[in-house]
Ligand binder design. Structure first.
Ligand SMILES: *Cc1c(COP(=O)(O)O)cnc(C)c1O
Length: 386
């Protein structure tokens, strides 16, 4: 059968979702929603605190501070740590990682990523350290933990703060410990594309009590309680509605993680045979949340470019995402700022394609997506010819 891009019938009659949150039924939410509407406590209430405690217990960390989103969490964490000068950060990340630096007048110093894990290449970090460097901001790309032990060693040796953009990593584990236990702080997103969701929201975990206290003030305009601010904050609290949703979302996390794991295995089993297709490497002592599932296309071996494959899949009503393309140093807001030698970042960014993944994706749908890719590959010569 011909692929849709060559005039065949699309694999799906209409577009399937790329991602879809796993949400509780309304019945689970109504008693608490009724309660807060009746009491008028719709922010700064007990559900926000309950949600923070739940996260704290799950991760096994001393403090968890909930915020309006991960971006405000990143901005305020950098602010509360009083960082200055330069911060070492990957360019292969979601834009908010670097925006948070810019909001704090910090200079991003980009480190290339590792070719197999797509995470920060720890072997390249030390050569980027200068007297102005104050921190390393590492990312769990698609939920895959970076090489934390090595990063800790470098940060200790050079007296740098180590911070993690763990936005995609709720439910990930490193060396048997949950993401959220590491560095000075980890910042999680709770937006709908992430596994644990409060609709919009974020949460910072830290064993540093002083930092946690500062963040509680920072999310409340920087107001310590007497309206006499020592520093400038944001209005970045997590509303009670969102916390209530988060408490129920928590109950679905295990199922969500498990299902994503099955989906990834199923994808890999079927796509692993294709020439020119490789997968993100997850170290055996790590577990990824699999917030995203990606394939990396080697155009020469596969016979089609990533962009052509994405277009052909779109015609099959299969949405994909080019995460993270363009990389930060190539984006309009940034690209005038200098020359960067980031060959691995550029290669991955140009050749990566994320496929649909969410807990409601059935085995049958995964199989259809895989057979569409196999079929497109079989017709690669016809598709690639102009
Ligand atoms: C989702 C995401 C963010 C932003 O999270 P928000 O809660 O939407 O602000 C930041 N960094 C990464 C890596 C993300 O995936």
């Amino acid at each position: 059968m011909k692929p849709a891009i060559l005039g065949g019938k699309p694999v799906f009659r209409k577009a399937i979702p790329f991602s879809r949150p796993l949400l509780p039924g309304i019945g689970k939410l109504t008693p608490r929603l009724k309660e807060i509407l009746a009491s008028g406590m719709i922010t700064n209430g007990r559900y926000g605190e309950l949600f923070e405690n739940k996260v704290k217990d799950f991760i096994g960390v001393k403090n968890a501070v909930a915020l309006s989103n991960a971006t405000s969490g990143l901005i305020l964490t950098l602010k509360c740590l009083r960082l200055t000068g330069e911060v070492i950060v990957p360019s292969f990340t979601f834009l908010a990682t670097v925006h948070a630096l810019i909001w704090n007048n910090l200079k991003p110093v980009f480190v290339d990523c590792a070719p197999e894990t797509y995470n920060i290449n720890v072997d390249l970090v030390e050569e980027l350290i200068t007297p102005r460097t104050s921190a390393i901001l590492a990312v769990y790309v698609f939920g895959n933990p970076p090489e934390i032990k090595k990063l800790e060693r470098i940060a200790d040796k050079h007296r740098l703060k180590l911070i993690f953009d763990s936005a995609q990593a709720f439910g990930s584990f490193y060396s048997g410990r949950a993401a959220g236990n590491f560095g000075e702080a980890e910042i999680f997103s709770l937006s709908p594309t992430k596994l644990l969701t409060t609709s919009e929201g974020g949460i910072v975990t830290t064993n540093n009590d002083e930092l946690a206290e500062a963040l509680r003030i920072a999310r409340n305009y920087g107001n310590p309680g007497d309206y006499d601010c020592e520093f400038v904050g944001l209005s970045a609290r997590l509303p009670e509605f969102n916390a209530i949703l988060g408490l129920e979302s928590f109950k679905l996390l295990g199922k969500n993680l498990e299902r994503r794991n099955e989906i990834v295995k199923r994808y890999k089993r079927q796509l692993g045979k294709l020439p020119g297709v490789s997968f993100q490497k997850i170290s055996p002592d790590c577990r990824s949340s699999h917030k995203d599932f990606s394939i990396l296309i080697n155009e020469e071996k596969f016979g089609l470019s990533r962009d052509k494959l994405a277009l052909a899949l779109e015609k099959e009503n299969i949405p994909t995402r080019k995460y993270f393309f363009p990389p930060i140093h190539r984006q309009k807001f940034f690209r005038s700022k200098g020359k960067y030698n980031l060959p691995v970042t550029e290669f991955i960014s140009r050749n990566i394609l994320c496929l649909p993944i969410f807990s409601g994706l059935t085995d049958k749908m995964v199989d259809s997506i895989c057979s569409a890719i196999l079929n497109i590959h079989q017709h690669r010569n016809l598709i690639s010819s102009p």
